[in-house]
Design a protein around this ligand. Structure first.
Ligand code: SAH
Length: 246
């Protein structure tokens, strides 16, 4: 079964590479775009599909969103590597695999209403918007929020709603959400976000300070179930939550 799977992944990889490498003969920025597309397909095959990401929508979204445009120009050629990258203001864009696993855990589809806390570069929001028609995202650092908003618009992700502010309080006018994704580490679960999650909804959030766990929270009529998924390392959630630690 396992060998079967890896054979099919390898065949898909060869097919994709053949297709991409046959697109030669271009020059300048068009050639560069093709190079980034190749790198992106290789990223998905080697870092995402070969690990435990099986959701077709997530794989397709990661093949589609031009990650290199979400990082500062000097890091473009590193955008498809297996790690996080700086995006300025002491913040980072997450490792591609972490974006993929968090998105997969949300189990969203086109009609899901999704809230992200921590817009950062806007990359995770774009991945969500490839799957879901209704994405809301909040960023506490105004310069990052404004930059992500205009980048998302210019790339055609016009349905993503970006707000500058403290995500601790969520987005009360748009609640309840089918899914909430927090991309900064919280010392504990933010109660307003739990309140804004639909019954049947899912929240993915890194919890902890020095040692952090990615937690999956599911909400049912009976209450909230918390599962630890993997150890992670995120930048801290700032703002109101830091005043509420005692
Ligand atoms: N999802 C982003 C990366 C997130 S980095 C991407 O795809 O690029 C974490 C982000 O969370 C940072 O931009 C940080 O400023 C933001 N953040 C931290 N605390 C926050 C809060 N209370 N509300 C909203 N955003 C917050």
């Amino acid at each position: 079964m396992c060998r079967y799977f890896s054979l099919s992944v390898t065949l898909r990889y060869i097919a994709v590479m053949t297709m991409l490498f046959s697109c030669s003969g271009h020059s300048g920025s068009h050639q560069k775009d093709i190079d980034y597309t190749k790198l992106r397909y290789v990223m998905v095959e080697t870092q995402i599909a070969r690990r435990d990401i099986t959701d077709k929508n997530v794989l397709e979204a990661m093949r589609t969103v031009p990650r290199h445009l979400f990082v500062p120009e000097e890091f473009r050629d590193d955008a498809y590597r297996d790690g996080p990258l700086p995006i300025g203001h002491d913040q980072t864009i997450s490792q591609p695999y972490i974006v993929a696993i968090m998105t997969q855990l949300l189990k969203i589809d086109s009609v899901s209403k999704v809230l992200e806390i921590g817009t950062g570069s806007g990359y995770q929001a774009a991945v969500l918007a490839e799957i879901s028609d209704s994405v809301y995202t909040i960023e506490i650092i105004p310069a990052l929020g404004r930059h992500a908003d205009s980048l998302l618009d210019s790339l055609g992700y016009t349905s993503v709603q970006v707000r500058v502010g403290d995500g601790y309080l969520g987005w009360p006018e748009a609640e309840p959400f089918d899914a909430i994704i927090v991309t900064a580490a919280a010392p504990k679960l933010p109660q307003p976000l739990l309140d804004q999650l639909k019954v049947g909804g899912r929240m993915v959030i890194p919890v902890g300070q020095f040692s952090q766990e990615l937690m999956l929270i599911t909400k049912s009529e009976e209450g909230v179930v918390k599962e630890s998924v993997i150890p992670v390392r995120f930048v801290p959630m700032t703002g109101e939550i830091q005043k509420r630690q005692t």
